[in-house]
Design a protein around this ligand. Sequence first.
Ligand SMILES: Cc1cc2nc3c(=O)[nH]c(=O)nc-3n(C[C@H](O)[C@H](O)[C@H](O)COP(=O)(O)O)c2cc1C
Length: 328
Amino acid sequence: MFSQKPIILAPMAGLSDRPFRRICRFWGADLAVSEMISAKGLAYGDRKSQILLAPDRSDQPYWAQLFGAEPEIIRDAALIALAAGAQLIDINMGCPVRKVVKTGAGAALLREPARAEAIMRALNRAPAIPYTIKVRNGWDEETRVLNLFIEMAAEHGAKALICHPRTARMMFSGQADWQFLSQTALNAKVNAALPIIGSGDLNDPQSAIKALNLPGISGIMLGRGTLGRPWLFRQIKERLKYHHEWAPDSALKRDTIFSHGELLKGEYGEKTGLLFYRKHLAWYSKGLPGAAAFRQRLFTLNTFAELASAIDELFAVPTEEGPDFKQK
Ligand SMILES: Cc1cc2nc3c(=O)[nH]c(=O)nc-3n(C[C@H](O)[C@H](O)[C@H](O)COP(=O)(O)O)c2cc1C
């Protein structure tokens, strides 16, 4: 799965849902990771967690992310996810959000390496579960445990380690420290056996390709940079392959936006779909002439039909057939 350096859609709670994963896969994401799903929720049959987990046939192989703190519950949840159609399970060991950390999950595991190791051991027990872990550099500057986590992950059979090279304490402030990630990956003796994937601040083709070419880096994930710009995957690939700058024309953008709306409506229904769509539309409209007025208007429009007219006005291009995301 990681033999050719993949360009991947990062897991984003509330955002990397089935519709957005489908849109990003269409635009060239080699893989995508689901939103984080509660291991406890899955293990105890919680309906919301089951819905989050459901696979999408256009997003294969399916890589689902779990969060939790209890090794056995995580193993049970991972088995449920595999049975539901996931091919690879990522364990969230980097989320710094209070709600997650206070349960001992996410970045809290960076402060509890023994527990993190017990989770990896449980997943690697026969029959072994194909899994990856996603971490940050450490909890804070004083406790950068990345090296230790690379060693543990390699020892306990992880398929890859993903790192967002900030500390948990930094949340999203400052900059992702790609030099630290590259150096640590390179220095880790086990590196050859364990692909290291980086995630953080890759918002344009130049920075993405630079990161992809860093020593020790086996792939990259894109998160916030894809919001309103899912074609970023294609832009990176065009530059990598043909060394040229590519950008979608406004008809392609518009078709993507409409397809995204259709997928959201299909996934969540008109009412909830609209809430998600407005959020994405605010990102999609960024930088377009008339975007500020469009964004103000967004919150006064209460149906997909009304939004469609507003989008048409924003683009003011004739309607035509676009890429068919449903058939992919
Ligand atoms: C809104 C949002 C939600 C996120 N949710 C998750 C998540 O569920 N699991 C996870 O491992 N990382 C999550 N992340 C972190 C991203 O996967 C990524 O590592 C981070 O945003 C850095 O990459 P970027 O600068 O390309 O966004 C989230 C980030 C954002 C902005």
